[in-house]
Design a protein around this ligand. Structure first.
Ligand SMILES: [Zn+2]
Length: 415
């Protein structure tokens, strides 16, 4: 009897070890790749690796458009900073040839580091699509680098550790939002010690996460972590205690354009969420049936994630909603473009994504174990929002060209 028990015990221990080793190997070998795509120089040439280059290329193209299209304006707005006096949001406005009442807006870099892809898409749009538009083109407003600090220093957040896509609001009420689920998870997503990806804690982080998922379910966790929080300035997804300077600036600046249109369509450019190399049209749920229908007409033939399916989450203080509140009289359609980088739609992908996000913030808040760790943590974070793979870059531009072309064609036609 004792012998039989011993055998069962050995067997169970062996099984548990096998599961741990198996999951360890499959978690740490998780490395999604872009499906076979044709890489073209034309597409990859839009990418530049520094904020300064992206910005000067944007301004160059804007100045060129100014020469070609009457009454085009190019403006640069300084974003106040304690660390860097050369941070700007750059804006190019092209009025319509005829009075169509429609304004198309495209913004990049709300999440600073995501501006590398966003800027590339904007510049492709400026050099290829705008010159081909006819007299029925809408007014066009391009906003480059909403969070220039994060863009330049390769962070998602602003220099105040604020996630601009949780901070954008015309009302101050947002900053009183309480996120109880987040407070419960605080220690799990904000470890308060020096960052090291090699320690035991980080190696088995996914196990802790999986236990949490089993306890509360993935959608609940995702919602608690990602919706934004307003209590912990050093924590992830902090939405601030007041609007960031650029939100105040936009609230004052934009009405001069927004108020003269009765139909506004915004595309806000992001990276990081979803299947690697794929453009996801991913929005907060839309209640207004008319707006939903117009959005479907504009993106006819494309799949839209409405933010109400099981694996989605909704956010507070998002930039798209804020922009809609600038002129509440206008019909307003918005669509965040998300270019996937890490297959975050599957569990291992989303855990890797969360782990990289946590450790990047941990390093900023509490320092790094050594310089080698600092380098590793930072480069793995950059890779998550701005992948170096030319196949990724090429397909981002390829898909943007097609979707923007189709969407604008449909937008021009809607009544
Ligand atoms: Zn983003």
């Amino acid at each position: 009897m004792k012998k039989a028990l011993k055998i069962i015990l050995y067997f169970l221990t062996g099984l548990i070890l096998l599961v741990i080793i198996g999951s360890y190997i499959s978690y740490w070998s998780f490395s999604p790749e872009v499906a076979d795509v044709v890489i073209t120089n034309q597409n990859t040439s839009y990418f530049a690796d520094s904020y300064d280059e992206c910005r000067s290329d944007f301004v160059l193209l804007a100045n060129q458009l100014q020469k070609e299209i009457d009454n085009t304006t190019v403006e640069s707005m300084s974003v106040p900073s304690k660390l860097d006096q050369d941070l700007t949001i750059d804006i190019c406005y092209i009025p319509p040839a005829l009075d169509t009442g429609k304004l198309f807006v495209m913004s990049s870099g709300v999440h600073g580091i995501e501006g590398y892809a966003g800027s590339a898409v904007q510049r492709m749009f400026m050099s290829e699509l705008i010159p081909d538009m006819g007299d029925d083109r809408p007014g066009i407003l391009l906003i480059h680098g909403m969070n220039p600090y994060g863009f330049k220093y390769k962070r998602r957040v602003t220099e105040n550790n604020v996630d601009l896509n949780r901070n954008s609001s015309v009302s101050l009420e947002l900053y009183n939002t309480e996120n109880r689920g987040y407070a419960d998870l605080y220690n799990f997503i904000n470890p308060s010690k020096v960052a090291s990806s090699r320690n035991l804690f980080n190696r088995f982080y996914y196990v802790v996460a999986i236990v949490k998922i089993i306890k509360s379910s993935m959608p609940v966790l995702r919602q608690a972590v990602l919706q934004g929080q307003y209590q912990f300035p050093e924590g992830l997804y902090f939405g601030g205690t007041q609007p960031e300077p650029q939100i105040v600036m936009m609230k004052e600046y934009l009405p001069k354009y927004f108020d003269i249109y009765d139909n506004i369509f915004l595309v806000d450019l992001h990276t990081g969420y979803g299947e690697i190399g794929k453009l996801h049209l991913f929005t907060n749920p839309v209640k207004d049936e008319n707006i939903k229908e117009l959005t479907e007409t504009i993106f006819d033939g494309y799949y839209i994630d409405w933010g109400d399916s099981g694996d989605f989450y909704t956010i507070n203080g998002d930039f798209c909603s804020f922009m809609g509140d600038i002129n509440p009289e206008a019909t307003y359609i918005s669509m965040p473009f998300e270019f996937g980088t890490l297959n975050s739609q599957v569990t291992f992908g989303s855990l890797h994504s969360l782990q990289k996000t946590i450790i990047e913030n941990q390093g900023i808040q509490y320092g790094y174990k050594n310089t080698k760790q600092e380098k590793m943590i930072k480069s793995s974070f950059i890779e998550m929002y701005y992948p170096s793979d030319p196949a990724w870059k090429s397909t981002v531009i390829e898909q943007s060209r097609k979707v923007l072309n189709d969407a604008l064609e449909n937008y021009i036609k809607i009544k």
